[in-house]
Write a new protein. Structure first.
Length: 310
């Protein structure tokens, strides 16, 4: 299971360490933070152990209203489950018995000046992306008009060359050769590079290119949500599907189904243009529009009009 250390989030978010300075190597494996609520009132049918615990204004104000003995009890309800760390937001100053308890239980106690809502959103997004299940696949990842696309196919079929043409048309490279896919949710797949191949595109007969140095920052994007899986294949006679609307096929990546399209290559065929068309058509479909349905409605309307005239 993937994990990061408490020290990683201290550095990432410039957090102040109030207690447990020697415990910052504790591991974080859960991708969502937790704000204790019912746990403060002894309701423990299910306690989400292993999550980073965040205390905001509401939680701290609640503790302030309690007697010393009650406050100790409520804080003890949380620390006895040994979360990887506890973070206090909005730069709360009066923390009651928190530092003492965290020191005794060897739990890092951290503080941020940011509001609870703002900080939790940032931290959850960071943990979700960093701890996401991931795999590496061979191909090229590009962003075409805001739509993330995987270009796959056998070695030498022309994936990188096609990506280069797309960059020339104003689209963006995400990763060449090795693509890192991260599963952010059952419906969301993120494509990115592996750091080593960041900004690089390899072209046969030309060599390795740094697209940012050649074409500027607009030619590269760190990551993109994957919407289409396009496979480039060699031309096969009499095998193209010429139906009005091709039945959608899918490729499965870690349980996330991505629409799959196959494009056959032939000298003179504008593959980059076809990819742009596929991306724009996918976008229209997400808006509920189907060119095939509109075409059939026009045909049906024409038949209906001709029938009325007779």
């Amino acid at each position: 299971m993937k994990s990061i250390t408490v020290e990683d989030i201290v550095r990432r978010f410039s957090l102040e360490v109030l207690a447990g300075e020697d415990q910052l190597q504790q591991r974080i494996e859960k991708s969502q933070t937790q704000r204790p609520g019912l746990e403060f009132i002894d309701y423990f049918d299910f306690f989400p152990s292993g999550h980073v615990q965040v205390l905001g204004n509401n939680e701290i104000n609640y503790l302030h209203r309690l007697s010393d003995s009650e406050s100790k009890l409520r804080i003890g309800n949380i620390v006895k489950y040994h979360p990887p760390c506890i973070i206090v937001t909005a730069h709360e100053e009066e923390l009651m018995y928190l530092p003492q308890y965290c020191t005794e239980e060897k739990i890092p106690l951290l503080r941020t000046h940011e509001s609870t809502y703002e900080f939790v959103g940032k931290l959850d997004a960071y943990l979700t992306k960093t701890l996401a299940q991931e795999i590496a696949v061979h191909g090229v990842c590009v962003n075409v008009s805001g739509i993330g696309i995987l270009l796959r196919g056998k070695s030498g079929v022309g994936k990188s060359e096609t990506a280069h043409t797309l960059i020339g048309r104003g689209h963006r490279l995400v990763a060449d050769d090795i693509i890192v896919l991260k599963k952010l949710s059952p419906q969301t797949l993120l494509g990115t590079h592996n750091e080593k191949n960041k900004e690089f595109l390899a072209l046969r007969s030309v060599g390795l290119l740094n697209v940012v140095r050649l074409y500027g920052r607009k030619a590269f994007q760190e990551e993109t949500r994957i919407a289409l899986d396009i496979e480039l294949t060699k031309w096969q006679n009499n095998s193209l599907n010429n139906e009005l609307e091709v039945e959608t096929k899918f490729t499965d990546y870690m349980g996330v189904r991505v629409p799959h399209i196959q494009i056959q290559l032939q000298p003179g065929r504008d593959v980059a243009g076809l990819i742009e068309a596929a991306a724009n058509n996918w976008y229209l479909q997400q808006q509920g529009y189907s060119a095939a349905e509109e075409f059939m409605k026009r045909i049906e309307s024409e038949f209906a009009d001709s029938g009325q005239k007779q």
